[in-house]
Design a binder for this molecule. Sequence first.
Ligand code: ADP
Ligand code: MG
Length: 678
Amino acid sequence: MMERAVTEISGVGPKMAENISELGIKTVDDLINTFPSRYEHFEVLNIRELVHDQNATLEGVVLAEAVVTFFGKKKNRLTVPIQVEDVVVKVVMFNRAFAKKQLIPNQTVTVTGKWDQHRQQITASHYKVGKTEDEPSIQPVYLLRQVIGSGSFKKLVSQAFKQFGDTFEETIPSFYKERYKLLDRKSALLAIHFPSDVKQLKQAKRRLIYEELLMYQLKMQTMRQYHKTQSAGHAKQINSEKVNAFIENLPFHLTDAQKKAWGEIRSDLISKHRMHRLLQGDVGSGKTAVAAIALYSVITVQKQGAIMVPTEILAEQHAQSFDNLFGDLVNIALLTGSVKGKKRKQILERIQNGEIDLVVGTHALIQNDVHFSDLGLVIVDEQHRFGVNQRKVLREKAMDPDVLFMTATPIPRTLAITSYGDMDMSIINQMPQGRKPVETYWVKESVLPRILKFIEKEVQHNHQAYVIAPLIEESDKLDIQNAVDLYQHLEIEMPDSTSIGLLHGRLTNQEKEEMMHQFAENQLNVLVATTVVEVGVNVPNATVMVIYDAERFGLSQLHQLRGRVGRGDAQSYCILIADPKGEVGKRRMQIMTETSDGFILAEEDLKLRGPGDFFGKKQSGLPDFQLADPAIDYRTLETARQDAVDIISSDLLTEDLEYRYLNHFINKTLKEQLKGFD
Ligand code: ADP
Ligand code: MG
């Protein structure tokens, strides 16, 4: 592809080039690919169709000279009568005294502005001398940050088309263009900058959105391919006898979904490809069990494993449950921020000399001074809580380990294929047998006394309850329930025999741990907590989850919280206290009571709140598309993904000239990727 500097466009000198470089425009290609951010529709309407106080465009003939009155220092007001059809309309413009010269009697003008029905007057923000036919009714608006005037910019684009339009390369092979009835590239580009009507603009967008998404998916597929093929020679032996014995000895039979996931992970491990896989499954679906099998399988061939989790409490619980599962079979070390000094040094030594088989930790695991003897498998739990960089550091830690990401927050398919298109995916979509779904109710706060009675009844059956409040401090702004107040309220309202604990973010780690420990040991009947309990903590005896101000949480987060109960044999309950004002809020609470399927909730959350809210913008990993919107264009996204998969494995890529551009693009992506790993 030719890279032409903008200075090759006639009329563009060094000064202009410098100015527009501030918009990121250096080449002709950049210029052409700077699309309008929106369009203004100037459609001339019949004067009787105009609506008071709305924007309108009128075409008329100037009846008399314009009158300008000056006021203030620099302000002025121009009025001119024009004849529109059989009506005389008064045009008013502010600070356009200069227009007086153009608005001479008998001249045809087109004005756009706000229509005043009562005064038969229009306050114009745009005017143009001449008839509307001279100009298309859709005007592009560019974001130019005052670097260049919009008129000059349009001229530039137009000039670029004149000079170089014939050299714009087609990027999409005719097969796909015909299949989806897409405009060719040049027509689409021309129409996005200079649309003649709405229909044409739509077609242009459709073509360019497909192109944008196809390129994105090609990139993802290229990276996926790359993860698979680079670092060949990492095939691991698996001692099937030992691993099968381990599985046999688990206190339960694997579900079919767990077996399938383990099968997929296993084939990654023994293949010479490097694993780069995401394991999704609802809370309690048995991901940790699958992770344990995977870890055990590399440890039995004298490699090390590491598992990284987002919080210390979770690291401690994980270390504990792995310890229970593995017993003496595996040497486990816990590495978190609170492991310091001499102890940390000792652990680091034992990791480096290979004495430790499995390290469970927080991001303390990816510090520079942590060196493994032979790291074979890394597991990242609750992976979306880690930044992309942290994930990358871990992946790149010596030895090119296989990497398995896990998440209990099911990711809507649309987001999964955009954010994680470069990963393989395993899904555990089945709960272990005998698990009773948590009964979920949505109530208003006024029924609190009844809720407390209900908790008391459960406590009498020796069960436990969580009561979740969103924040620990009074916040006037947010009017959020105060966990401390709530705790005191329960202390007063509940019988003395009921012991209540309070867990919040202000406690030290040790205090939190102590509190969780007491709850886990059933020394506390009720735990009032902020969302610090959200992730991972496992107390099978807890059967009630009460969530205050539930409307403030995302559905996936509520689902996570709900997953803290229903972990044992007894029937469990989730009570959402919420008084949402809007329809969306009501709908969200309703859905919570209707389904216990995290994948459905995730899709609903995405639909109701948009991708930004799903993980938080930063973590969603969504690229900033210029035209495409994954939440709206998800069908195209899926189509593009399938096409990318086909294209990347096709011989046509190197054999057919129509695929030349795509082939070049893929090679470029690959080169960038290789550079990233130097
Ligand atoms: P996750 O990590 O997906 O939240 P876990 O692996 O922690 O789920 O499993 C949740 C609970 O279910 C644990 O107590 C675990 O021992 C148990 N469990 C896991 N797999 C099964 C199974 N196939 N049958 C019965 N219980 C299981
Ligand atoms: Mg888990």
